[in-house]
Design a protein around this ligand. Structure first.
Ligand SMILES: Nc1ncnc2c1ncn2[C@@H]1O[C@H](COP(=O)(O)OP(=O)(O)OP(=O)(O)O)[C@@H](O)[C@H]1O
Length: 313
């Protein structure tokens, strides 16, 4: 199946010599939500800007809806809505007019009924006659989304949609994105909030130093790295791991007061019951047990930790 966006060996080197993208290939399916994660300066905005035709690549190709972004940019651009990182609004203009104006920029005939639909879905209808400067930060961001949707794009890019937005508003934004997905819009978002990717995205791509390190279904990524750790606190410290348990993924804490057992959450048998049974049989009494599951944050840190350590050195 051909994706609605086909990125093929894309590279970008800025005039300054910065290699912002190196040989990135990615196929994005229609109707999916894909989250791009990466530390500051990883190349996320450059990737989005290139697909949107705002940055000229130095190598490779991008096709949007089958249209090459360089040779057939008009058709490609029509399919795309972009919500940039920075909020840019005309302060004295009303919400309604701002969205109307953007629609006009796309060469589309006026369609107030559609704009009403968009503003209602973003809970902005009541504010339609308010000047944008009177709005809160969260509302302004939603106006940016309304503008990006004004020409009915099939693909929406959200560059850090919830940066600096409080937790409640962030959740509100997630609902907006979920609604757009139900409407069939393909969404590519960048985020620093791993929770956001975990919550919303069908797939997660990790970018670091201009390279796309991996792209995986969110659930698969979580499952693959989603090891769980069971910590078994002991009544009496041990000096060594009990013998018949030594073949398992079992470690002893430095102070000998806890056994630490790594297991796969997807395995048919976790082996916990047997392990606890064996310990009891050997007269090792357990004070408490607790589990910790690795989350996307840990996955992400594992993937990008090496370069970070280098940078700190
Ligand atoms: N116009 C430009 N000219 C020269 N270098 C640039 C330009 N825009 C970005 N860069 C550089 O390209 C690299 C990638 O930047 P980019 O903004 O794409 O990263 P990012 O992943 O979006 O970062 P952030 O999370 O901080 O927004 C950085 O080293 C940046 O300094």
């Amino acid at each position: 199946m051909t994706g609605i966006i086909e990125i093929d060996h894309l590279s970008k080197e800025y005039d300054s010599g910065t290699k912002a993208l190196s040989d990135v290939s990615l196929s994005i399916n229609e109707g999916e939500i894909i989250a791009l994660l990466g530390p500051n300066g990883a190349g996320k905005t450059t990737l989005i800007s290139t697909i949107c035709g705002l940055v000229v690549p130095t190598g490779g190709t991008v096709r949007v809806g089958g249209h090459d972004i360089r040779t057939d940019w008009r058709a490609a651009r029509k399919l795309i809505g972009l919500v940039p990182q920075e909020i840019m609004l005309e302060p004295f203009e009303t919400v309604m007019n701002s969205v109307r104006f953007t629609r006009g920029l796309y060469g589309q005939a006026p369609d107030d009924a559609y704009i009403e639909e968009v503003l209602r879905s973003l809970s902005l209808w009541d504010k339609r006659e308010a000047a944008t400067k009177e709005l809160s930060g969260g509302m302004k961001r939603r106006v940016m989304i309304a503008k990006a949707l004004s020409h009915r794009p099939k693909i929406l890019f959200l560059d850090e949609p919830t940066a600096g937005v409080d937790v409640a508003l962030r959740r509100g934004m997630w609902q907006v994105v979920e609604q757009l997905r139900r409407d069939g819009v393909t969404i590519i978002l960048t985020t620093h909030y791993l929770e956001e990717a975990e919550e919303m995205a069908d797939r997660v791509g990790v970018i670091n130093k201009g390279q796309l390190l991996l792209v995986k279904p969110t659930a698969e990524l979580m499952g693959e790295f989603g090891k769980k750790t069971l910590t078994i606190e002991l009544d009496q410290p041990l000096t060594a791991i009990p013998q018949d348990a030594s073949d398992r993924n079992l470690r002893l804490s430095d102070d000998g007061r806890a056994l630490i057992y790594d297991y796969d959450t997807r395995a048919e048998r976790t082996g916990i019951a047997r392990l606890l049974g064996d310990l009891a049989a050997q007269g090792i009494s357990v004070r408490d047990v607790s589990t910790q599951q690795s989350n996307l944050e840990e996955v992400f840190m594992t993937l990008v930790s090496e370069p970070r350590q280098e940078a700190e050195a």
